[in-house]
Design a protein around this ligand. Structure first.
Ligand SMILES: Cc1ncc(COP(=O)(O)O)c(C=O)c1O
Length: 303
């Protein structure tokens, strides 16, 4: 993965990639007090286009408000900065990473008076999860209790939970992990939401213990509008996984990734998600057509 591009956008300036530096005594480095977004852009017949940029920036501002980070720019300015950095990066297809954080001049948990920095970078990024049937394991770590932190915000400190899951499952040879919530129901992947399919209907965990919003909402909308498939919000126990025919992960990075198997307590449950005419693959095709700008009905989602 080559993450080097000519410029980084920092507090309203484009700086050379090599000049992007921060001090060791940066507040967020010590306490995980930065908020971030992961946004994809794709080549289309008419310039690279950023998918659902406005929704990502809405979530960035929401996450910032949770930590009382005051972004000294408007949403429209950040949206324009994202478009500009893609244009200046000479990357056709990749990932955008807006980051807002408590910087220097303050130590200790109370973050106020630390300088707030806003940084946006864009780099070339292909597939996040393998482009083949993936094997998933239910992690020994649970998703954080929703009363321990705001689950709707994308705050770096909370990602400690997700990193532990990734370390655990990769060590055991799995492609990705899956977290249960504090009550033992299926919640989400460390960087993805999850859907199951049975009798041509989608099932997905309800909001509360998962990161809500962008790809999950997109999938529910396009499954209904393009394929006539409804979604039910469901509390799913690992013991009930056998009831489903298919399973797939969704997320900005993971896009739509059909799941081959989920392992729970050494038992491996296989799904038909990878069969050629599976519903998961149909949903994936609809989604990829939209992000690549091949479906004009959804061109409003592309910037
Ligand atoms: C924990 C977690 N869940 C789900 C998602 C998928 O969210 P989105 O589709 O908004 O990118 C992500 C990605 O940001 C994530 O980090």
């Amino acid at each position: 993965m080559n993450i080097k591009t000519p410029y980084i956008w920092e507090n309203w300036k484009f700086i050379d990639w090599d000049d992007a530096k921060d001090h060791n005594l940066t507040h967020s480095l010590h306490y995980g007090t930065w908020v971030f977004e992961g946004i994809r852009f794709y080549p289309t017949s008419n310039w690279p286009k950023i998918f659902r940029l406005k929704e990502h920036i809405d979530r960035l501002f929401y996450s910032a408000s949770v930590l009382e980070l005051e972004i000294p720019f408007t949403k429209e300015e950040i949206i324009q900065a994202c478009i500009d950095i893609v244009a200046k990066s000479w990357v056709e297809m990749g990932y955008l990473r807006p980051l807002v954080y408590y910087g220097t001049w303050k130590m200790g948990l109370y973050p106020k008076w630390a300088k707030v920095n806003t940084v946006i970078s864009a780099w070339n990024w292909g597939k996040y999860l393998a482009d083949r049937p993936i094997d998933v394991k239910i992690s020994k770590y649970k998703r954080m209790h929703p009363e321990t932190a705001d689950m709707n915000a994308k705050v770096s400190g909370g990602y400690y939970n997700n990193v532990l899951v990734s370390l655990e499952v990769h060590k055991e040879g799995f492609d990705e992990g899956l977290l249960l919530d504090y009550e033992g129901y299926i919640a989400e992947g460390p960087g993805e939401n999850i859907f199951f399919i049975k009798d041509n209907k989608l099932f997905t965990p309800a909001l509360w213990t998962i990161l809500p919003w962008i790809t999950r909402a997109t999938i529910m909308q396009i499954a209904k509008e393009k394929l006539g498939i409804d979604t039910e919000k469901a509390k799913i126990l690992p013991e009930n996984l056998k009831d489903f025919d298919e399973a797939f992960f969704v997320g900005t990075a993971a896009e739509v990734t059909p799941i081959w198997s989920i392992t729970y307590n050494s038992e491996k449950i296989n799904f038909k998600s990878w069969e050629k005419d599976s519903t998961s693959n149909k949903i994936k095709d609809v989604y990829m057509n939209i992000v690549y700008g091949r479906d004009w009905e959804y061109s409003d989602w592309l910037s």
